[in-house]
Design a protein around this ligand. Sequence first.
Ligand code: GLN
Length: 258
Amino acid sequence: MAVGVLALQGSYNEHIAALRRIGVKGVEIKKPEQLRGVDSLIIPGGESTTMAKLAELHNLFPALREFVGSGNPVWGTCAGLIFLANKAVGQKTGGQELVGGLDCTVHRNFFGSQLQSFEIELVVPKLAEKEGGTNTCRGVFIRAPAILEVGPNVEVIADLPVSSDQPKVVLPAIDGQEEREFTDDKVIVAIKQGNLLATAFHPELTSDSRWHRYFMAMVEEAKQEATPSEALVKYDVYANDEDVNAIGKRHLDLPIFE
Ligand code: GLN
């Protein structure tokens, strides 16, 4: 099945091209009902406030939340990461609507304005372990966000030292916690939580296909996990009494190879 790419704004064409390079079809998602035709989704980078306004205009938020909540693999890059975060700071006054699902606090434009955009080699042993190649990848950060905090079920895949001239960052009082200054010497820039993947940078703008392959491996794994219960449903529908007796009391939640 093709991978959906949210195509409201931002680098969706680049993601579709990156998928094409590894032989995967990406389809543009612009309307809620189109999500029914895919079982995985990439939310690209761009401008998250603009993307949120367009998503609202097209009534996409409920469908996106349901898609994420049902456990479908979803990968957010940059603005897409902000979309998936449960909490975002550094937003425009009044905030912006988020899809949520990722247990993390993200800071918009953490590294500064467009002029402070940069490229850097990121150390990514977990990516190399799964997809081969060198232990580093090129990180393209364009007015990028950074992840400041993650919940217990979140796996950190890449982080970055905070530069000494980083302006002071204050985390506002949320969820009963007091307002406090962010003083960690590192920020997180790539995470995985179950079937959700998020990167603060733009792998689709490089020729390194490993992030897209990594996401496709997550999609494949999710499909395999879904297969036994699908088989069970089909069996329940078609089984006659004799088949049920033959199987006896065996648990049907595992695939049967005989
Ligand atoms: N700064 C943008 C935002 O807040 C994200 C930038 C990007 O996606 N490259 O939405």
